[in-house]
Structures are given as C-alpha cells and as structure tokens.
Design a protein around this ligand. Structure first.
Ligand code: SF4
Length: 548
C-alpha cells in the first residue's frame, strides 16, 4: 500500500488485506488509518488483484472509479490501496471572497424551490402513460429544458435514477445489446417503470454525497431478503446495464449485481455490457450453458447475471475469460461473436446511445479515453440545451447546435470537451453543468489570486485536452483505431426498424472529422497542428508529436 501522511510517503505491506473484498478492505483501513474525515482511501478488490481488465478502483468505499481498467493497473503493480491523509490546509489567496462564492453556491442549492418549481419537479417525473410523448420528442428533435432550480431539486432527490425510465423509452439507453427497441422489448408501462427512481427510493436507507456537496445525489440501499445492507444505490449506468440492456426488470437483482461489482471492484458498465454480449451469443447458439459453468445467461435472467458477475469478480470458471471485457471475451469464443461485441478499441461504451445523441458518439470515438460518457461532450447541449459554462469565451452560436444534423457540431464539441477538462482540472462535479452554472473563473481567481478570464480558462482546457490526446499519439494510437462498433451508429444490424431511433444512421465519420479538424488533430496520424501548439505555448513540450 502507498501511504501518504503529510510529508511522509511509505510503502506498507497490505498483509491480510490481500484477497479481501471492498467492504472488508475499507473496514480494515479505517481501523488502521482512521475514518473518512481523516484519510482518503482508494483500493482495489479481488478483480483488480487478479488482473481483470475491467477492474475498477473504489474510492472511500462507495465511489467507483471504473472505465479503462485502472483496477488492473493497481493489481499489476501489487498496489492494494492508496491512503492519503494530512494536517495542512490548501492556501487560499482571497479566503473571504472564496468563502462568499462557496456560500452563494450552497445557498442556491439549498434554497426552497417554492410552489411553482415544486410543481415542475412533480410534473417532470417519468409517467408510464407518456411513453409516446418521450418517443415523439426524440423523433422531432425537441429539446426539453428543465429550469436549473428544478433540476437541482430532482438531482438532490434522486440523482441519475430520476432519468432511467425516461431514457429507456426515449432512446437514450441502448436495449438488448444495442439491437433492441424499448417500446417493443422493454416497454415503459410494463417493465421500464420498475427500474425508475421512485422504485429505487423504496430500497433507499440513506442519502450519500461526495464530500460536502449540497446536492446529495447518491444513496445507500438495502435488500433484506438478499442479505444486502450498506450497499451503494445503483445509478443510471448500472440500472440500464444490468436492467434494460439485459431485459431484466428485477431491481433487486440489478442491485445485487451492482453490489457484486462494487464488492469485487469491477466496472459495472463493462461487466454488464459483456453479459449482454453473452445473452446474444446464447440466443445465436454460439455459447451454451455448458460454456458458462451451467449458467443459463439468457435475456432477462437476473440470477444468471448475478452468478456471472461474481464469476468475473473472482475470475473463477467462465469468469476467467469474461472478466477482460467484451472484446477479449469475443476473441476467446470466436465463431463470429466479434461482430456483435460492442466496444471502442476494447472499451465498452457507456449507456448513452449515439443514435439518440450523435455527439456522444463523437466523444466515444475521439476522446483520448474512448467509450466514456464522462469525458466531455456537447451532447447535453444537443439534446437538452445544456448551457456552455464559460459564456465569455466564445460566441453563443458556437455552442448551440440542433439535435439532428451536423452543422456547427465539430466546433461545439471542441468547446464543450475543452471546457470539460477545466471542470475536471478544478475538481468540480460534472453534474453541475446540468443543475446550474458554477462561477468557475471567480472561484479560480479567488483561490489563486490570478485575474484570469473565460477565454484564458478555456485555453487551459484546450491544453489539457491536447496533452491527453498527445499521450495517445505517443503510444501509437491513431484516429482509425477508435472507430467503434457499427451497431452503435445505426449501421448494419444497428439500423433500428422501430422506436424513437428508427432509421437513424449517425453521420459519425463527418462528425468525427469536423471535431478533429477544429482541434487541429491530423485525421490520419493524430498529430497536432504546430501553429495551434505554438498559440497554446506547447510547441516545445509536444515536439515530436506535431505536424511539420
Ligand atoms: S458532487 Fe456530484 S456526484 Fe457527488 S453528490 Fe454532489 S452532485 Fe452528486
């Protein structure tokens, strides 16, 4: 274990923690190093220890850092955990101003909504009889903008679970390994509603937030009859992954799968996506229960999903080859199963369908960390009219796009993805872009004593995005390596014959090209444009990865 306590950095033996699941690991860490208010801990479970390529890292017990298999990286270095504690303080240039800004933000989040906004929150909940309307809105490209105060309340109440049934019905959530249609395969009125926020509320035992966030959008749940207590509430990605994408309407089993992921330290998106591929392979007769240690992993079988999730976590039986994600599982099985393994360069995409929001497809296939929905995108502007967080940096026209079509999308995507890197760099939550706008520039200036403006801050984001991209160029990853499975874009058997995404073929090649062109990234080699690197003051740093 790597232990950082003030200035002292030590490597300590993990000892009896090796092999332990996440809850036991965190209990032991607490006894050894102190409680959450004293130290921050990130740790891996058995999946990362045993090198599962879809292993996650768990932070402070409940918060999963999934995607791209960082748990396997910890495991490959025999690193069970990182513990950080300290007694110092972060120096603040203008503490009075900084405190006033934080107080204003907290007040905004805590202020009572009043009758009108409460009514709005009530009306915005997904209704089973409005499925047709949600589908129609997608067909027509109608952006439904919910006022920020109402969004804040909805987020505090239910977090991402508030949007599960809506997203399943309106085409945002992929169904049945990206080949299904919710209104036919997983209808809102009979199945989708069973996974939605109000149902999740029934198993909620406690609200949970990151740090001192005034919008506690997470939660702890319990399911007595399965002996599950103190379990992190499943959120949108997990519910869609183990629910709609497997045609599983049993919320308790979805929760049990989620718990199995977190206990073992497994990425819930990657593991559920791998199981959707297994279901399809079973349906096609490519796999049988015999290949899966007797588990009948058919559509809708939540118990089977739980058994295989645990197998992936321990690496036993078929878990030994499933635990590396869908690309490698398909290579292991062969027989044409690679054709319906949905991934981008080995990364299973998150559960936001590019046929619904095309710019998410651009993020999946151009961002240096492919397949992630949290990597920065103008997709929320494209579908819900999300506002650009640094309005003084660009013309409003450059950050406003229609839902359908391609016009202006390369530029908007570049601005939003660059701004996203600022947000990450400042350590701010992504959800603040949905629930209102934080005063980024004012916070930075009060904290640092600088007098930076919106434009300069956005240029910082561009530098970060370019550096992330340059890392991939250095590692030999070319734009053509990140194309993504055709099914995600409505090509081949991904062309749907019903539902809100019926007939949609995403013009992904054009969208990707426009984004790269705006960023100054070479379409073939990925190398960065020298003139831009010079403008950003990075030419020397990136020398060797620039176009001549
Ligand atoms: S910081 Fe973000 S993710 Fe965490 S509780 Fe607050 S709104 Fe939710």
């Amino acid at each position: 274990m790597l232990v950082v306590q003030d200035d002292a950095v030590t490597i300590e033996p993990a000892g009896e923690l090796w092999g332990k699941e996440i809850p036991e690991t965190f209990d032991a860490m607490r006894a050894r190093y102190g409680k959450k208010s004293e130290v921050g801990v990130s740790a891996i479970g058995p999946a990362g220890e045993r090198g599962a390529r879809i292993a996650s890292v768990m932070n402070d017990r409940y918060h999963a850092f999934g995607r791209q298999g960082f748990g396997a990286i910890y495991g490959s270095k025999n690193l069970k955990a990182i513990v950080v504690g300290g007694t110092g303080e972060v120096p603040i240039a203008d503490p009075k101003r900084f405190r006033a800004l934080c107080d204003a933000v907290t007040k905004e989040y805590k202020t009572d909504l009043g009758f009108f906004m409460r009514f709005f929150v009530f009306m915005a909940q997904t209704r089973t009889f409005l499925g047709w309307l949600y589908r129609l809105a997608t067909r027509l490209g109608m952006k439904v903008e919910i006022p920020a105060p109402a969004m804040r309340q909805m987020w505090s109440d239910r977090g991402t679970t508030a949007a599960v049934a809506l997203s399943v019905e309106n085409g945002d959530a992929p169904i049945k390994n990206w080949k299904g249609v919710a209104s036919r395969d997983f209808p809102l009125a009979t199945k989708g509603w069973k996974l939605d926020g109000p149902q999740v509320d029934k198993i909620l035992t406690k609200k949970l937030s990151c740090g001192d966030c005034p919008a506690p959008c997470k939660g702890i749940v319990a399911i007595k009859k399965r002996g599950l207590r103190d379990v992190r509430r499943p959120d949108y990605e997990t519910i869609v992954g183990f629910g709609a994408n497997l045609l599983n309407e049993d919320l308790e089993l979805v929760t049990a799968c989620h718990d199995a992921c977190n206990r073992h330290g497994l990425d819930a998106v990657s593991s559920s996506a791998t199981l959707a591929w297994v279901c399809e392979a079973m349906e096609r007769g490519i796999l049988t229960a015999k290949d899966l240690d007797g588990v009948e992993m058919t559509w809708g079988n939540g118990e089977a999903a739980l058994a295989l999730t645990i197998a992936m976590g321990t690496g036993e039986g078929s878990g030994a080859w499933l635990r590396h994600g869908v690309k490698r599982a398909a290579e292991h099985v062969g027989k044409g199963s690679e054709e319906f393994a949905v991934h981008v360069h080995g990364q299973e995409p998150a559960y936001h369908d590019p046929r619904f929001t095309s710019l998410m497809g651009v993020t999946y296939t151009t961002d240096p960390t492919p397949g992630r929905h949290t990597a920065g995108s103008a997709s929320w502007q494209e579908t819900f009219g999300a506002k650009f967080p640094l309005p003084g940096a660009v013309s409003p026209k450059e950050v406003s796009v229609a839902w359908h079509g391609t016009e202006g999308k390369g530029v908007a995507q570049a601005h939003f993805s660059n701004a996203h890197q600022i947000m990450n760099g400042l350590g701010l939550c992504m959800f603040t872009s949905l629930t209102g706008q934080l005063p980024w520039v004012e916070l930075v200036n009060a904290l640092t004593g600088w007098s930076i403006d919106d434009k300069e801050l956005l240029a910082c984001g561009e530098r970060i995005q370019d550096l992330r991209h340059a890392f991939n160029v250095r590692e030999g990853i070319k734009p053509a390596d990140l194309v993504g499975s055709p099914r995600m874009f409505g090509e081949g058997d991904g062309l749907l014959d019903a539902g809100p995404n019926k007939g949609i073929v995403v013009p992904i090649a054009r969208l990707r090209r426009d984004y790269r062109e705006t960023m100054g990234w070479n379409q073939e080699t990925g190398k960065l444009a020298r003139s831009r690197a010079e403008r950003l003051g990075m030419a020397e740093l990136l020398d060797g990865w620039l176009d001549a």
